[in-house]
Design a protein around this ligand. Sequence first.
Ligand code: PLP
Length: 415
Amino acid sequence: MSINNISLDIDYVRAQFPAFQDTLCKNWIFAENAGGSYVPNEVINRLSKFMISTKVQPYAEYPMSKIAGNEMDEATKLFAKMINAKKNEILIGGSTSVNLYVLSNALKNFIKKGDEIIVTNQDHEANISPWRRLEENGAVIKEWKFRNDTAELDIDDFKKILSDKTKIVAVTHCSNIVGSVNRLQEISKLSHEKNAFVIGDGVSYAPHGFPNVKELGVDFYTFSLYKTYGPHLGLLYGKEEILKLLPNQNHEFLNGNYPYTINPGGPNHEELVSLIGIYEYIINFYNHHFKDKDLDIRDKIEKINNLISKHEEEIANPILEYLSNRNDIKLIGKKYIKNKNRAPTISFISKQKTSKEISKILVKNYIATRNDNFYAWRCLKALGIDTEDGVVRISLTHYNSIKETEKIIKALQKI
Ligand SMILES: Cc1ncc(COP(=O)(O)O)c(C=O)c1O
């Protein structure tokens, strides 16, 4: 697939990920990317370099320590640039679940009895439970339910439950089951008219293109770095003017030192530094495909995102088409991807076989995927799907190839 005659060079991309040459993995089609992605050489190199010479307490005067501290700062700075945030608007924590829990704990001070919080039934539990828990602080929880025929959230339904009492709106940018991309920009605009905070869960969105958080207009945005080609960490973005107002949940002497006030304790140092490797991968990817070297990082990312989405359309649409044409299979979500309206995260159930049985057949055919509720159990319950057996989920990303798509369809034909 090409944009302006530029095609994603899949052989180049796959060569950057040692997993695809590794004896244990090389015969497998990896289709569980929504669970976590493999990492490119740049991330591994950064991690091992840090572990060899700079794995000491950072920010002291001796060079190993100085470099460690500088690299930790650099990693945060680069990620801030990549999503168009300021450096002091980025918090790196252990995972998205932890980050959202810690954030909800900080925001609970803003909640008075009778204030309303909107959560969806489409989200992963990580962006539901922490907000529902604020019921203990007097909040009234309102559920934005997706439409049963499409499994999609409809803005008109949101408008009906949004009110002057709404204080928090927690909504996924892209569901890890349905795959549809939700209109966060519009949701933010509507919520801000009511002075409510918007918390966007970008975990299933960010692996398909780092977003511009300012353009989305959200107050908080979160994603898991282990699904965006990095180590097991989570990133939380928060608008500076709101972070400033949050209580200090860290050591007392850090009062006022946001964003370090949000999370009690810092992230894993070596993993934080390895995030520089994601940036390097992105830049190398850009330089391999595009000539104009003078653009700033956000413009480069926009170009990469377009290239990636076109490629993902090409590899996912044939599977979506195949599954949606089978009478014995219920595909969840949109039947094709167009203009970034859906991620290549494909969930389905069979009318004849359990998801576990299908998953086993796929694994026998060297397709690494699984059946589960993927912690979006409210979504599955609303869809009337057994939350134990769950759905089968084939989740692709830009390093999957069209050859793999053909093999996946062949394997699905055996079911
Ligand atoms: C959409 C979505 N949100 C949140 C999470 C939780 O992320 P973490 O594992 O970093 O806590 C996941 C994890 O699978 C997810 O898919």
